[in-house]
Design a protein around this ligand. Structure first.
Ligand code: BGC
Length: 371
């Protein structure tokens, strides 16, 4: 069967022929892969800056944002059945008895760093025709979401962040009016830094959760990303036209920043206008560049005098996968065209090279392994 693999020792990215995996355990599920999304992490792996092949193997089959169809199940499988559409989770536990996170099924908080990730770290991924994995990593999605379900995994980043933001904002129970008819209502104001797939999906999740949301990105409007942001009821501001001071004046107290660029300078500069009792969430992984100058006195003073919280978040647990599936359904109902617009193109497997190593264009590109 076909697979897209990166061989770091030979600096090679190739479409290879590989043996189909065989189910062996009673709870194994065999998936026929339909769609696989391409993200910045895949591009970094294809540039040999990230990613680790499985032990004893010179190559890594990449791909971690996926949608598959169940084609076979082991005798003890109860959560999925043939014909189901499923999105598999990415990270697997480290297996150490002294890692309470992995022991509790929360490998996204793994302490040891010995976790593995399909398509990224020490395990082959999903850019291939068939995949076998345990049923416990599978999340079923409705057939109504067939065309967009490949966005579940990148959306889990925002969902995990939002679950944590909610925990932090619970310290302010008297700020927003409680509406029994609208339990997700909030009066908080959010700024999303960046208008790539993580940023735009994050903006959708924030709007759906009731946040007054502004997307702050480089490119001046009009452009397709600004159009998409406005189509979901968010504001769009270009950093080329709107200074940080203007942004803060436009938004009011910035209660939340959801960083989705990986650009550390822009992120830390934005931190200087984070509001009182604000939360700043980092999701991007910056490449190593030269150190920059930063007004750390101002940032530290604000952190203390404004009760600010800053945290980073990676990967996602089962709760975030469930939230992503729920919200994708909400987006599909509320903004079908905008949601479809996040997927710039679906391509045959053979177009992998340009998409992985060529100049990035558009928002999200998807490789179609089967239809
Ligand atoms: C993936 C996560 C993964 C992270 C770090 C991201 O692109 O979506 O699942 O944990 O990269 O490897």
């Amino acid at each position: 069967m076909k697979a897209i693999a990166v061989t770091p020792s030979r600096r090679e990215v190739a479409l290879i022929e590989t043996e189909a995996p065989r189910a062996s355990g009673p709870t194994d599920v065999t998936l026929r892969i339909l769609d696989v999304g391409i993200c910045g992490t895949d591009r970094e792996i294809a540039a040999f800056q990230y990613g680790t092949p499985p032990a004893g193997c010179d190559h890594l089959v990449i791909g971690h944002e996926s949608l598959g169809e169940v084609v076979a199940v082991g005798p003890a499988v109860s959560r999925v059945k043939p014909g189901d559409l499923v999105v598999p989770m990415v990270r697997r536990p480290c297996g150490h008895a002294d890692c309470p996170a992995c022991q509790a099924g929360r490998q996204d908080f793994c302490y040891t760093g010995d976790f593995s990730e399909r398509g990224i770290k020490s395990r082959h991924g999903f850019m291939t025709e068939l995949v076998v994995d345990d049923e416990r990593w599978m999340h079923v999605v409705s057939p109504a979401l067939r065309d967009v379900a490949v966005l579940v995994e990148p959306l889990t980043i925002a969902e995990k962040a939002l679950i944590q933001v909610e925990e932090v904002q619970q310290r302010l129970p008297w700020v927003c009016e409680v509406r029994p008819d609208d339990p997700r209502h909030t009066c908080h104001r959010a700024v999303v830094l960046g208008a790539g797939p993580v940023g735009l999906l994050g903006a959708m999740a924030l709007v759906a959760a009731g946040f007054d949301t502004t997307v702050y990105s480089r490119e001046p409007a009009p452009n397709p990303k600004a159009y998409l942001a406005e189509a979901i009821g968010a504001r769009y501001r270009s950093s080329k036209e709107t200074s940080l001071e203007q942004l803060a004046a436009d938004v009011g107290n910035i209660d939340l920043v959801y960083e989705a660029t990986g650009a550390s300078q822009a992120a830390f500069e934005l931190m200087t206008v984070l509001g009182t009792n604000g939360v700043f969430v980092f999701t991007g992984v910056p490449g190593r560049k030269a150190p920059i100058e930063l007004d750390t006195d101002l940032i530290m003073k604000n952190l203390v005098l404004k009760n600010q919280v800053v945290f980073g978040t990676v990967n996602a647990g089962a709760d975030a996968f469930q939230a992503a599936i729920r919200d994708l359904g909400v987006f599909h109902q509320r903004w079908p065209a905008a949601l479809r617009g996040v997927i710039t193109g679906r391509h045959p497997v053979e177009s992998y090279r340009d998409l992985l190593v060529g100049k990035p264009q558009g928002i999200k590109h998807v490789l179609r392994f089967a239809s």
